[in-house]
Ligand binder design. Structure first.
Ligand code: EZ4
Ligand code: CO
Length: 404
């Protein structure tokens, strides 16, 4: 009678931070896991899965990944959006996990095999001032990172994106209600070039340096930042403007050769189609959990490949180890791989999600494991119930709401 989906359930837990995980179980006992975590909006995806997706899955053949994807995407009538696409991603990842387990092969083998020996990752260094950030970047280089993202406190601003007391596990969703950051573009634009000049002076030119602007600038301001950073040869400048109005990228592109990365908040190929086809970006940041799973991310990567755009999957701590495992398998296969973000999870997260992948000398490796190689200890997870947590919001110095 063949493999059938017998049961599916959503597990919500908070080992250090909130995670939503979908577990799909088959009649033959093989199960698959998919990450469905949407930072700060977790329970909406839980409801979408439990109330509207799981009832449609029971009894289906889990091998029909493409048909189930199309059913959930086209069949909903209401297409796209982060909630829908995170839910679809969780189903898709869990089904790829089942397919790989049934075949007894690592997931990357199902996609077409390895294209490289390991996956270059970048870590997050941050400090309250330039001195501390330079030190932290040094710490990452010592651990073996070949690529480091550097974020720094801005003089005159009490707090800003990317800077925290916790150096290895930066988690922005830090409060029961949104905390507030204050933003000043002029203070920021004056300060960031000084940080990267110092980083090059101290750490030299062998390390790849990255920076995340986190949607704060306008296109012409972004162009200025890109220009002023050109001598420091960044690997990329990320989310330099909010990406709803994509024509703005043409302005940036006309002014600077600093490579641009965007797309961690994108959820389908339609969000990045023009940016890619018009060659306005260099790296696409979409990842498994927020862009419809492996099935859809593969389509984005293939389109990107035609236009010299490489992948640079989002990999902050809100992407669960299940997503990291799936992304790592994807990265091993994808021909136009660029880099993978890898922010370490807290120890307690790793205990709840035992996994085979490991970091060595700046690269992630899948380890000796079938499938995506990440499991969930449900008993342990139950000890860490959901805790409401919001991402911060940003206001300008005069109180005006801005982009976080
Ligand atoms: O703010 O993952 O590149 N990484 C980032 C992250 C995001 C969080 C949002 O949930 O921009 O820190
Ligand atoms: Co980012």
């Amino acid at each position: 009678m063949g493999l059938k989906i017998e049961e599916a359930r959503v597990i919500v837990c908070c080992p250090g931070r909130n995670f939503v995980t979908l577990k799909i179980i088959t009649n033959e006992g093989i199960y698959g896991l998919g990450d469905a975590t949407l930072n700060g909006r977790e329970l909406s995806v839980v409801s979408y899965l439990e109330d509207h997706v799981i009832p449609c899955l029971i009894g289906r053949d889990p091998h029909q990944i493409e048909d189930i994807w199309q059913f959930l995407y086209r069949g909903a009538y209401w297409r796209r959006g982060p909630i829908t696409m995170s839910a679809i991603a969780a189903v898709d990842t869990a089904l790829w996990d089942i397919k790989a387990k049934a075949a007894g092969l690592p997931l990357y083998q199902m996609l077409g095999g390895k294209s490289r020996t390991g996956v270059m990752v970048y870590g997050h260094a941050n400090g309250r001032d330039i001195e501390e950030t330079v030190e932290e970047v040094g710490r990452y280089i010592e651990i073996g990172y070949q690529a480091v993202r550097a974020q720094c406190g801005i003089p005159g601003l009490p707090s800003t994106y990317g800077v925290s007391n916790d150096k290895m596990f930066y988690e922005p969703a830090d409060a029961d209600l949104p905390s507030e950051n204050i933003w000043s573009t002029s203070r920021y634009l004056d300060h960031v070039p000084k940080l990267f000049e110092k980083l090059r002076q101290v750490h030299g030119w062998d390390v790849h340096l990255l920076h995340d602007v986190h949607h704060r600038l306008t296109p012409i301001e972004a162009a200025r930042l890109g220009q002023s950073l050109e001598p420091m040869r960044l690997f990329w400048l990320e989310d330099i403007v909010p990406a709803e109005n994509q024509e703005g990228f043409r302005i940036i592109r006309n002014h600077t050769t600093t490579p641009l990365a965007v797309g961690e908040v994108f959820n389908t190929i339609w969000d990045c189609k023009n940016l890619i086809e018009e060659q306005l970006i260099d790296y696409i940041r979409s990842t498994v959990v927020h862009a419809g799973g492996i099935t859809h991310l593969r389509r984005i990567a293939d389109l990107a490949g035609l236009y010299h755009v490489k992948t640079g999957c989002h990999g902050a701590t809100d992407l669960s180890p299940v997503c990291m495992g799936a992304a790592l398998n994807f990265d091993l296969w994808v021909p136009n791989f660029g880099i993978q973000e890898y922010m370490r999870h807290a120890e307690v997260t790793d205990e709840v999600f035992p996994h085979h992948y490991y970091f060595s000398n700046g690269f992630l490796h899948p380890g000796e494991s079938p499938v995506h190689g990440v499991d969930l200890d449900e008993k342990l997870a139950a000890k860490y119930p959901y805790q409401r947590a919001y991402l911060p919001v940003t206001r300008l110095e005069d109180g005006t709401m801005w982009n976080w």
